[in-house]
Design a protein. Sequence first.
Length: 189
Amino acid sequence: MTRTAKSISQSFHTSERTAGLQSAQTVQLSATNTEAMALKRSKTFMSHINSKIKTERDILSDKLEDMFTQVRSIECHIDSITQAKEEKCRKIVEKIHQTLDEQMKERILNLLGKKEKLTMDISKIEECQNKVKFEVDSCSKLKLINKSEKVVDHIRGVSNQIISHQYKLDPEQLLFKSDLCPEYLKGIF
């Protein structure tokens, strides 16, 4: 082989090697491009998935916050109901106290009137007894005999003025009526 033939042969082999290398590089480049594209598609896909997950997570977070708001609202409403009930109870108790106080005052005034009448009658009787005692102690027997009819008439007059009141405890006065609890007297609510 001549030099030229050798040179051509080497050139040919070099060209083949170069072509093979270029081919291998092209395949390698093509594989790298495919991987890059796959990676790019994978990153885009992951970005899409992450975006979707974030969107759903945000929706769930909004729902959770809304539910917490509703729970707080319910708790406030429970407090409002409790306060309204307490206020209503206070008003009912005030009304019951007022009603019972009025009934008590009426009964006490009635009893005080009876007490005053009895006290006045007691005073009349004591005054009569003192007058009779004075007549008996200060008069002679003869004078007392002469005045006896007058003294007896005086005693009868005082006795007739005083109407005999026998005070008895009225169990009805111990019972209080209530418009709010009409069955109070029966002990049934």
